[in-house]
Design a binder for this molecule. Structure first.
Ligand code: NAP
Length: 299
């Protein structure tokens, strides 16, 4: 079997077009323009790239971007004050703090301070609890992207066995909850799981969110399974010549081996990554609709 590629770039682009149209309609009908505040603390190069990509996509769909670049040595108190100000700012509907933050700042304190209605990353315990309870919640963007890809690829997910490797609050746990909502049977795996390989081989939908380059091998996958690779790993590649190295981006799945067995597979890059950004825009739209008592746009 040669797996069909799940084209996250294309699916995300389609989603962004629909979001752009919805933003237009919001402005024409209700005179509302969604505002997304993005905070970057320090000058971590990877975070700068992520924020830059988010900024481009945000502006493209007509959402107003308020970008705050704060110094590396900012105190926790000063950052939380900034967040409280954004919580009450009428032109800000959604707030995202790019993680990681420097070590003098508690990530949990940041998450806890963001207004739950503006918590566009869905990490606040209130939103996580609402998701588990089956209530409307802002949901972590990457997890939402994963499940949209699975739905677009397989249609109805009811009765399928989803195995998720990784149990972070950002990815693994919300993916599990969203798949449960889709009536999947869900198994979560983590670093203490026994016979991970055997478990993965029973998955109809296998989601890898671990952070270990190419961990999932071809013989871990059931023939025909749908494999969604969340991992982003930069591995060094030695270059011929004077001891130079460059890096290559790979996922948590050994793409060549697994695509010979799976039915569908996401590439890295071009799979889950673009969906994360599209879902950030979608969540911003959801946030403004909820804040103004408007019906949510169903994507
Ligand atoms: P994380 O918080 O570090 O969580 C990793 C999870 O993997 C943990 O639950 C850990 O288990 C589990 N794990 C570690 N080693 C394992 C092993 N040998 N066997 C089974 N499970 C193992 O990472 P994350 O934030 O969820 O991110 C995961 C990956 O997705 C990373 O590569 C990250 O860069 C990527 N990511 C991509 C996007 C995107 O937009 N594409 C967004 C977010 C993250 P324990 O809980 O037991 O430690």
């Amino acid at each position: 079997m040669v797996a069909q590629l799940i084209d996250g770039k294309r699916i995300a682009a389609q989603l962004r077009v629909r979001i752009g149209a919805a933003v237009n309609e919001l402005q024409n009908k209700h005179h509302l323009i969604p505002g997304l505040a993005v905070i970057l603390v320090g000058d971590d190069p990877a975070s700068q790239v992520y924020v830059c990509n988010k900024a481009i996509a945000t502006r493209e769909v007509g959402i107003t971007l308020l970008e705050y670049r704060l110094p590396d040595d900012i105190s926790q108190a000063a950052l939380l004050d900034k967040l409280r100000a954004l919580n009450t700012a009428a032109d800000v509907n959604a707030i995202l703090v790019q993680f990681p933050v420097p070590e003098q700042i508690s990530q949990q304190a940041v998450i806890d301070t963001i207004d739950t209605d503006k918590d566009v990353d869905g990490l606040h315990p209130a939103n996580a609890g609402r998701l588990v309870s089956g209530l409307p919640a802002l949901t972590p963007c990457t997890a939402l992207g994963v499940v949209i890809l699975a739905r677009q690829t397989l249609g109805d997910l009811g009765g399928k066995h989803g195995v998720i490797i990784g149990r972070s609050n950002l990815v693994g746990k919300p993916v599990a909850q969203l798949l449960l909502r889709e009536n999947c049977t869900v198994t979560m795996a983590h670093s203490h799981t026994q016979d991970l390989q055997g478990l993965c081989r029973r998955a109809d939908i296998l989601v890898a969110a671990v952070g270990i380059p190419e961990m999932v091998r071809g013989d871990w996958v059931k023939p025909g399974a749908c494999v969604i690779d969340v991992g982003i790993n930069h591995i060094p590649v030695p270059e011929k010549g004077a001891g130079k190295t460059r890096t290559r981006l790979v996922g948590d799945v050994a793409f060549d081996e697994v695509s010979a067995v799976a039915g569908h597979i996401t590439p890295v890059p071009g799979g889950v990554g673009p969906m994360t950004i599209a879902c950030l825009l979608r969540n911003t739209l959801t946030a403004i609709c909820r804040q103004h008592g408007l019906p949510e746009i169903d994507f």
